[in-house]
Design a protein around this ligand. Structure first.
Ligand code: CU
Ligand code: ZN
Length: 173
C-alpha cells in the first residue's frame, strides 16, 4: 500500500524530485568504531533500512585473523576504556543469546565478522529484528556497535563467550 502511494506521488513529480523523495526514505545510521581494551581495531559500520530488514555495510581493520563476535550493545556510551559502559547485548525481547538468524536471540546478536590475514573485514549482510530508528522498540540509533576479541559461539548466554570488547562506536542517525 505504501509503495503504490509513493508511485502515484512520484509520477506527478519531476524525475529529480522523485529520486530525492526515495533517497530520503532509505534511512541510514553510521557508527565510527574506535579501539578499546588496548587494541588497534577501528573502522566504520553503516546500517540502512530496506523494508523490514537492515543492511549492514562497512570495513574494520586492525584485528587478528578469524571470526570475532559482533554485536549491538544496549547503551550508546563508549567512554569506558574497555567499553563496559555499553552494557549488555541489545535485547528488547528479553531473549537468550543466539546467532543472527536464530528465532531466539538478542536483537543485537550480529554473529561473527571473519577477519582476513591482514586483520581486516569488509561487512555486507542483512538482518531482521532491528530497525534504523531511535524510538521504535527495535531501534538501534543511540546504541553501540561492539567488536570482540574472540569468536562468538552463538550459544553461551548472555555473551557468546566472545571475550573482551576491542572496538566501540555509537550508532548515530
Ligand atoms: Cu558484544
Ligand atoms: Zn547476545
Amino acid at each position: 500500500m505504501k509503495n503504490s502511494v509513493l508511485t502515484v506521488a512520484c509520477s506527478a513529480l519531476l524525475v529529480a524530485g522523485c529520486a530525492g523523495t526515495q533517497e530520503q526514505m532509505e534511512v541510514s545510521a553510521v557508527a565510527q568504531l574506535q579501539p578499546r581494551s588496548g587494541s588497534s581495531v577501528s573502522g566504520n559500520v553503516t546500517f540502512t533500512q530496506i523494508g523490514d530488514v537492515v543492511r549492514i555495510t562497512g570495513e574494520i581493520t586492525g584485528h587478528t585473523k578469524g571470526p570475532k563476535g559482533f554485536h549491538i550493545h544496549e547503551k550508546g556510551d563508549c567512554t569506558d576504556d574497555k567499553a563496559m559502559s555499553t552494557g549488555g547485548h541489545f535485547n528488547p525481547h528479553k531473549h537468550m543469546h543466539g546467532g543472527p538468524y536464530d528465532p531466539v536471540k538478542h536483537s543485537g546478536d550480529l554473529g561473527n565478522l571473519v577477519f582476513n590475514d591482514q586483520g581486516a573485514v569488509k561487512i555486507n549482510f542483512t538482518v531482521g529484528d532491528i530497525s534504523v530508528s531511535r524510538d521504535a522498540p527495535s531501534g538501534i540509533i543511540g546504541r553501540a556497535v561492539i567488536v570482540h576479541a574472540a569468536v562468538d559461539d552463538l550459544t553461551t548466554d548472555p555473551t557468546g563467550n566472545a571475550g573482551g570488547r576491542v572496538a566501540c562506536g555509537v550508532i548515530q542517525g
